[in-house]
Design a protein around this ligand. Sequence first.
Ligand code: ZN
Length: 460
Amino acid sequence: MFDILFQGGKVVTAEGVFEADVAVTGEKIACIGKIDASAASKVVDVTGKLVLPGAIDAHTHLAMPFGGTVSADDYKAGTRAAVCGGVTTVFDYVMQKKYGDKVDGIMESVEKRMAMCAPVAASDYAFHVAITNLDDGRLLSEFPVAAEAGITSFKCFMVYRRENMMIDDGNILTVLEEAKKAGILVNVHAENCDVIDAKVAQFKREGKLSPWYHYLSRPEFVEEEADRRAIYWAEYTGAPLYIVHLANAGGVEVVREAKARGVKIYAETCPQYLEFTSDVYKREDGRNFVCSPPMKGEASREALWKAISDGFIDTVATDHCPFMQAEKDWGKEDFTKIPNGCAGIENLYPYMLDAAGKGKITYERAVELCATNPARIFGCTRKGAIAVGKDADIVVYDPEKDFTISVANMHSDYDHTIWEGKHLHGYPVQTWLRGKLVYDNGEYVGSYGEGKFVKRAKHL
Ligand SMILES: [Zn+2]
């Protein structure tokens, strides 16, 4: 006897869309096919609906100290919003803290965040660790320890020197070499810090401080140039590399070339770069769109969509890092005072699925980008697909439901969103986390703390 039977829907996997019933026993998917209602204790009628794997948001910053404050969604709000948007696994970036020339250990950093997340998590969760300092090599011995603990991805920031998050090129090279040995994938935020800092200083001298200068302070090539540098290191070390939030046309070309040469490289982009262009920084509320990298020109937006459909971009994640309006307002007269980051965790899957409904990409591709690929790349072996034996992380999606995004119908703690007014055709109606209903037609119905840590496989 199965516990739950999703009957009458269409299953979407990265490979295809097909009519099938899905049976769940305990926390796992137990059977897929034509299944009689009498075989389950509970039947969920999903006629006319799509049955999708829960999405994985591989890039978020919850309760993150940044820009003089802390991002507006803590672990409770962020993971709640996640499941309400069909995301059942959230990856958070743990920032390794520096105190002068001292630095927290890698596992120490993880444990601090785990203690904050575990009691309140509404979704399953995993951590990447941003390595800011190797403490003269002392921390290298922690790489295999992290890998054994299921922390199989790190991040290196090529920017944010003043914020103490940057790591220099030489240390990135060391991280790549040692991470490869340990089975850890390195993510990189690629922009040229020196060029950005010089442009920011120049605009400050010239009194050019509107949000438009946030865009101009990061000329599009700063990303492409840094992508290229990072790829040199990946090629030299033979270490795999994951480029986060690819936003520019030049970077897409660099990734395309590198992949053609056989470099083991993955690229992620975010919905905001697919939807908006730098024109948003000319708007009255331009400060609300300030994130880094900034939205780019129309040519970049088009190149990203093309790379999405061609398959050169592997994942879409959000870089979810919202701030309150009052905090964004700090930079009303000076873009350098605007905390960088925007909301997105609840919008990722609906946005990509809406694009599929409109024929921009296929449903298979939307599932691949938001669930199957992030699971594969980051070692979430039990996640990312509707398949027997996988966790029953299931999203029931109504392709005909109309939905207009508004801060009022989101489930976060922030008080404004860049997605306000965006109309979607198609929306998730239910989210199931390991066989338990956690989102039902607009309402969060789960319980905090039921989200589990996802111990990940090594990246080999
Ligand atoms: Zn980020």
